[in-house]
Design a protein around this ligand. Structure first.
Ligand code: NDP
Length: 364
């Protein structure tokens, strides 16, 4: 039996289970959810290969309890695909290459499939030369960044990545948005443990969190953002309507946002966050942004005990009172959901499936 037949059979079984669970929540395995989400992406016009990559992009954070970038994002992807704001027929192209550099034009397609096209080259160049940098431009990235570096740490590498996004963050001090929420993620191996990974936005709060507060009628902490007059406000609606978010840690966080902007936009040849015309669009998430990814092989640098040294550092941090290391919560949740399944709303999943019945605009 071919793999596609298996996937189709599995899909029909999941559909049956979801239909039976209408109006309720249901537990699915990670694999079942991947089959489901990839089917939806396929129905929205993606190739089966890209559909599975994007399914992982939504399902893995859901599995890890990182809900702000899990299935919650699937409707954003569908809206964007339906609106034709992302080129689903993009053929990512390496436009510049050296022994340790890959410059990739994603042609306004999805970032994750574009990165996948050079993944093997990235690994090979890193092993051969000790490091490799990928500079990706004109890519659509609204996902959690840890997924782009954790697999590299599992191969023994140190990896650092960052992306820019549509502007909604002011510098500090500043009165108008210049930066995107500009996240960065770092990962490296840790002997005897899961890789050490951190992944964080440059803004004090994610824009999605501010939107959720606005919807709930709640105030946000002072320092989250400012209104259109450049005055600090705790009213999330004022921040979202012509105001701006603020970086974490004042000018120090602003410098991190600036560095991300330089690495992900100026260095890749992509658009600065303030050049990305997103908020004027009728549909959300039209960012054609840039991504920087650096991968280093510590063994080529002569650090054959690197992972053990990281474990020594981690232990020292825990001994000194740090309650947990970044990434630990995701790993704990991952272990739990891998054994218990992922709880999903049957109506929500069926709704997305039905939504993709109507077809999409496939132009780029
Ligand atoms: P969080 O503030 O939730 O977490 C940031 C990091 O801190 C994580 O690595 C987290 O690990 C760690 N952490 C949290 N609490 C502790 C603690 N008590 N001790 C030690 N470490 C801790 O992330 P953000 O809200 O800043 O970002 C959320 C997600 O949004 C990220 O995945 C980011 O990539 C994504 N994002 C994507 C954008 C895009 O355009 N693609 C734009 C902006 C954000 P743990 O995971 O274990 O909790």
């Amino acid at each position: 039996m071919t793999q596609s037949t298996n996937l189709q059979t599995d899909f029909q079984a999941i559909l049956h289970n979801l239909e039976a669970a209408r109006g309720q929540s249901i537990f699915l395995t990670t694999t079942q959810l991947l089959v489901w989400a990839s089917k939806i992406f396929e129905r929205a016009g993606l190739s089966s290969q890209d559909a599975m990559i994007m399914a992982r992009t939504c399902v893995y954070p859901e599995r890890d309890g990182a809900l702000s970038h899990g299935l919650f994002r699937l409707p954003n992807y569908l809206q964007t695909l339906v609106a034709g704001n992302v080129n689903i027929n993009a053929q990512p192209t390496v436009v510049q290459e050296t022994p340790s550099l890959l410059v990739v034009d994603a042609q306004n397609g999805l970032a994750q499939p574009a990165l996948q096209t050079v993944y093997e080259q990235l690994v090979q160049k890193t092993r051969e030369t000790g490091l490799c940098v990928v500079l990706l431009r004109r890519a659509f990235h609204i996902a959690a960044l840890w997924m782009d570096v954790e697999p590299l740490a599992r191969q023994g590498f140190v990896a650092l990545t960052c992306v820019n996004a549509s502007s909604c963050v002011a510098p500090a001090p500043g009165t108008s948005a210049v930066y995107g929420t500009n996240p960065m993620a770092f990962a490296c191996p840790r002997e005897g443990h899961e890789p050490l990974v951190f992944d964080q936005a440059s803004s004090l709060r994610a824009r999605g969190d501010v939107m959720l507060s606005a919807r709930a009628g709640e105030e946000v902490p002072l320092g989250t953002g400012m209104n259109s007059e450049g005055e600090l406000t705790q009213n999330p609606k004022e921040i979202l309507k012509g105001g701006a978010l603020l970086p974490f840690g004042g000018y120090k966080g602003a410098s991190i946002a600036m560095m991300v902007e330089i690495l992900a936009a100026a260095l890749t040849g992509g658009q600065f966050s303030w050049e990305i015309d997103r908020w004027s669009q009728p549909t959300p998430d039209t960012a054609s942004a840039g991504q920087f990814l650096l991968c280093i092989d510590p063994t080529v640098a002569g650090q054959t005990m690197f992972a053990q040294r990281i474990q020594d550092l981690a232990q020292k941090l825990l001994d000194s009172g740090q309650s947990r290391l970044p990434g630990d919560l995701r790993y704990t949740t991952r272990a739990k959901t891998e054994s218990e399944g992922i709880k999903v709303d049957a109506d929500l999943l069926l709704g997305w499936y039905e939504q993709t019945n109507t077809g999409v605009n496939t132009s780029g």
